[in-house]
Ligand binder design. Structure first.
Ligand code: 4AZ
Length: 323
């Protein structure tokens, strides 16, 4: 009896692994063996063995196993990125990234042309940079979600209304945050999920690792990405950032923070990544806002500080209306 149970569990381990690989074959056309602990999922799947696909498609299951699922994808990507050609260096100096690893990532378009990034914060609200929303009318905006590719796949949604932070200032770039309201709630899946926002007033330590993602330029003045890019960078102490090549005047510590590195070449956000997410410890801490060129070494990237009360309150006033 014990052997039979053990055999079933082994078969389901394999099956679940294969299903996850097949489900994501848009991005990863490899099935190298990756060792991960799937015991919880395998045991739950065991009791659903007659209808395993239906089981895996349940939002409850996908949410519950999201972390393991994403870890598997990261591992697969790490193996596919480092094999043969060595790592592919993009965002600037980032890596190809499946949307399933950052399912809150949004591509914002103006009349089908991709202009900025954004993040899913609830089923009806997306967060972006204020400066992405200054020109286009809401009727000219749409968003693509759930695809690793910039120009195809996933689902497109129309924008009902866009909102720019009332204290955003174009000249100083303070409070660079905007919101997008959709007509219809998003259908969440393993590729479309909201990201939890940082708490109000939360202190952001220096040297904290954070992931920035987007389809922006792969290098300053170069082409932009067709496949989603991400990179892990570190937050920079305000004192250091204000002494960088960026100069102290344009950096408002209340509504901005810096991230990246002073060495060169170092990963950085670039044109087209604006409005996109920077996530640390599972929380959205900032929005790609501005910089002086990309990955220049002495000019770290500047991000909107979402924990700032003036920003946090405004965002939550809107998204708590209806989510
Ligand atoms: C931009 O133009 C932009 N290196 C965004 C981020 C950075 C530079 C420029 C940071 O959207």
């Amino acid at each position: 009896m014990y052997c039979i149970i053990k055999m079933w569990i082994t078969i389901y381990y394999e099956l679940i692994f294969i299903i996850f690989v097949i489900c994501d074959n848009e991005d990863i056309k490899t099935s190298r063996t990756v060792v991960l602990d799937y015991s919880d999922l395998a045991q739950e799947a065991e009791s659903n063995k007659h209808n395993i696909l239906k089981f895996l498609n349940q939002t409850r299951v996908q949410l519950k196993y999201k972390t393991q699922f994403n870890r598997l994808l990261h591992k697969l990507q790490a193996t596919s990125n480092t094999s043969r050609r060595g790592p592919t260096r993009r965002i600037v100096a980032g890596v190809n990234t499946s949307i399933a690893a950052v399912p809150w990532q949004v591509s914002l378009r103006e009349k089908t042309y991709p202009i900025c990034g954004g993040s899913v914060v609830t089923s009806l609200w997306l967060l972006t940079a204020a400066h992405c929303l200054l020109r286009p009318r809401a009727s000219e905006l749409s968003v693509r979600l759930g695809s690793s590719w910039k120009t195809h796949g996933g689902e497109m949604y129309d924008v009902k209304q866009s909102y720019v932070h009332p204290q955003y200032a174009r000249n100083t770039k303070v409070n660079d945050v905007g919101l997008i309201k959709l007509y219809s709630p998003l259908r969440f899946s393993s590729r479309v999920l909201p990201i939890k926002m940082v708490g109000k007033g939360n202190r952001l330590p220096a040297d904290q690792a954070a992931v920035v993602s987007g389809w922006g330029k792969l290098k300053e003045g170069g082409p932009s990405a067709t496949f989603l890019q991400s990179s892990t960078i570190k937050t920079i102490a305000m004192k250091l950032c204000r002494n960088s090549g960026l100069d102290r005047n344009p950096i408002d510590p209340g509504s901005m923070f810096c991230a990246g590195a002073f060495s060169q070449p170092s990963p950085d956000a670039c044109q087209g990544d604006s409005g996109g997410p920077i996530v640390s410890e599972g929380m959205l801490i900032g929005v790609v806002s501005w910089g002086l060129g990309c990955a220049r070494g002495n000019f770290p990237g500047v991000y909107t500080r979402l924990s700032a009360p003036v920003i946090w309150d405004w965002v939550h006033e809107h998204i708590s209306q209806d989510s």
